[in-house]
Design a protein around this ligand. Structure first.
Ligand SMILES: [Zn+2]
Length: 129
């Protein structure tokens, strides 16, 4: 069932599926970071313009990393008060590198979903191969 304009369905986004029809995978085959140009079922365009997903990095991924890094650092300092601050910084840094790489496609999917909510594509904007 297509997502109506002005609505946001989170489940397809967390499954990395098309924000409109919820069927087609967003990622290109064999890639963790790259998305397909569009959906072959509903013709929804994923990357609307060059640099489209830059906002996903700045507004979603960095915010998630900053929040989770601060929480993990605070948690380590509270639970392990004798742990050297350098170890806390090292552990948080390793966590942020791994979590940041893992979270990139999810931040891009959330960016797509919020854009669908705020600026749904018209029929003229649809993807055609
Ligand atoms: Zn679709």
């Amino acid at each position: 069932m297509p997502t109506p304009q002005g609505k946001l369905r989170l489940l397809p986004l967390f499954r990395l599926r098309c924000p409109y029809c919820g069927s087609t995978p967003l990622r290109a085959d064999g890639s963790w970071f790259y998305f397909r140009p569009g959906c072959k079922i509903c013709d929804y365009v994923y990357e609307r313009e060059p640099g489209y997903f830059t906002g996903a990095s700045w507004m979603i991924n960095y915010a998630a990393l900053a929040g989770s890094g601060c929480m993990l650092g605070a948690l380590l300092l509270v639970l392990l008060p004798n742990l050297d601050a350098l170890w806390v910084a090292a552990l948080v840094s390793v966590f942020l590198i791994i979590f940041g790489m893992w979270f990139i496609p999810y931040s891009m999917a959330l960016w797509l979903g919020f854009d669908h909510l705020l600026h749904p594509l018209t029929q003229a904007d649809r993807y055609r191969e």
